[in-house]
Ligand binder design. Structure first.
Ligand SMILES: Cc1cc2nc3c(=O)[nH]c(=O)nc-3n(C[C@H](O)[C@H](O)[C@H](O)COP(=O)(O)OP(=O)(O)OC[C@H]3O[C@@H](n4cnc5c(N)ncnc54)[C@H](O)[C@@H]3O)c2cc1C
Length: 456
């Protein structure tokens, strides 16, 4: 089978690459290979009753399949260069924002219309944060919610499936450079293409490392973000979330001068497990539909850990800490803030007596046995800092789930076209290390599609 372009991975990066390729040139023959299931076959078995925690499925429906890690995400498209990736370093800030806005237009055209766009522009919280040694980052946020996000993906898939060959449950094993392009090896079959776009996301990080090694593509890696997911009554943050939906707030700790930041805020949302390469960590999402709202808001507090020479395996470090929590708790650990600061573990009774009802069944335990002191101290300082702008954050019953880890794919060396040293091989999305979000990953897909069509 011969294609003009093969796309590896059907997350937002791969989907938007395929979408834009077809839009720019409907005659292109395109194959999309996805290790996970088709959208309608994706189902996480956790139902809160029979299956309460992650059972480590062979293909994790939260992370893999059409829609990628984004399919059951909260669908928060942050339109900003302040966070979510460094796409702007490759293509410029103006172009990056233009592409993110273009992605938003497409999302609106495919079922997202009517959803709300929030913005920090002119917000009074900018000043309030500053007065309390906190910094509010700038962004416009389109919140699709898990439900509308799914509808948008479904609509895009229904249109694309007529024009693109999709291969689901079909992991690509190897990519080999040939005289006229590339041959990919998937489940024992070979497919040729002139150009290849790789967009394998976080779940494909190990595979990406292997491919870079096999094809001698330079990489660098030195960061991992570690922390906890905070869950508290939605009213405590409602003045912020009603106006901004998500507030990305940074605090510089007094003790170590580390930056701690809020991440992925989900008003009235639920805390969920995330399985990356067999390691269970925590994440969160929420629905647009008010009937699916919970009484809680959750968000992550993360500390970025950058390593210097000679240590290179930042993800390995994050994995070891996550493994420790899995070892102690059999999965994710939950602890009341009051128990953490008193130096004692949480128990089932203490959690049950508390005022915050957990939305994830996690094992009550002691996060101080898992997280390094420096990181834990930073998180505790940040909780007290947030308590000044959202009183109640530092209440004893606030729940902390651990660990939350943001694994950063190693950064693959690519040029301004997101093309690696091999002509016609593009590496995009979270798998490239350039992006860490829905909007940046999607925008990177649009960008390479336009480069490919222009240069053919
Ligand atoms: C629960 C959750 C909530 C989130 N909420 C948000 C949010 O609200 N806002 C936000 O900006 N970001 C959010 N994120 C992050 C966001 O989903 C990712 O940044 C985004 O999906 C990255 O897109 P991508 O296309 O680069 O990779 P992915 O979405 O990870 O897609 C990569 C795809 O490639 C496939 N793949 C991997 N290896 C292979 C292979 N060898 N062969 C074939 N296919 C392969 C995978 O199965 C996967 O489907 C969330 C993530 C999770 C897990």
């Amino acid at each position: 089978m011969k294609y003009d372009v093969i796309v590896v991975g059907a997350g937002p990066g791969g989907i938007f690459a395929a979408y834009e390729l077809i839009k720019q040139n409907a005659d292109l023959k395109i194959g999309v290979f996805e290790a996970g299931h088709a959208l309608d076959k994706r189902k996480c078995p956790i139902d809160g009753e029979k299956v309460k925690t992650c059972i480590k499925c062979k293909s994790c429906s939260i992370m893999s399949g059409f829609g990628g890690a984004g399919a059951f995400s909260d669908g928060k498209y942050n339109i900003t260069n302040d966070f979510g990736g460094t796409l702007y370093e490759y293509i410029g800030k103006k172009k990056a924002l233009e592409l993110m806005n273009y992605v938003d237009d497409i999302n609106m055209a495919y079922g997202g219309e009517g959803t709300k766009m929030y913005s920090t522009a002119g917000s009074k919280f900018d000043k309030i944060c500053m007065q309390n040694k906190l910094k509010l980052l700038n962004a416009s946020v389109r919140h699709l919610g898990t439900d509308i996000n799914y509808v948008v993906l479904e609509n895009i898939y229904n249109e694309l499936k007529e024009k693109v060959d999709f291969y689901f449950d079909c992991a690509v094993d190897h990519v080999v450079k040939t005289e006229n392009g590339y041959t990919i090896d998937a489940q024992g079959n070979k497919y040729d293409c002139e150009q290849c776009v790789i967009s394998v996301g976080r779940i494909g990080s190990k595979w990406m490392e292997k491919i870079c090694h096999e094809m001698d593509i330079p990489t660098k890696s030195n960061r991992v973000d570690l922390g906890v997911r905070v869950e508290l009554p939605a009213v405590i943050f409602s003045h912020l979330t009603d106006e901004l939906y998500e507030s990305k707030i940074v605090y510089r700790t007094e003790k170590f001068e580390d930056n701690v930041r809020t991440f992925c805020m989900n008003p009235h949302g639920a805390v969920v497990n995330e399985n990356t390469n067999g390691i269970v960590t925590v994440n969160g999402h929420s629905y647009e539909d008010p009937s699916k709202h919970t009484d809680n808001t959750n968000f992550a507090l993360l500390v970025a850990k950058h390593f210097s020479e000679p240590f290179k395996d930042s993800n390995g470090y994050g994995e070891s800490i996550a493994r420790l929590s899995n070892m102690l708790g059999g999965g994710v650990i939950v602890q009341r803030f009051g128990d953490l600061v008193r130096g004692r573990r949480s128990t089932v009774n203490r959690i049950e007596e508390g005022l915050v009802r957990p939305t994830l069944a996690a094992t009550p335990g002691d996060l101080s046995l898992v997280l390094p002191k420096r990181i834990l101290d930073g998180i505790i300082e940040m909780i007290y800092a947030l308590d000044k702008i959202a009183p109640g954050t530092a209440n004893d019953d606030t729940l902390l789930y651990g660990v939350e880890v943001k694994f950063y794919n190693m950064e693959v060396e690519v040029d301004e076209n997101l093309e690696c040293k091999h002509k016609g091989l593009y590496i995009i999305g979270d798998g490239s290390g350039v992006t860490h979000s829905l909007s940046h990953a999607s925008a990177s897909g649009v960008h390479v599609a336009r480069q490919i069509v222009e240069n053919r």
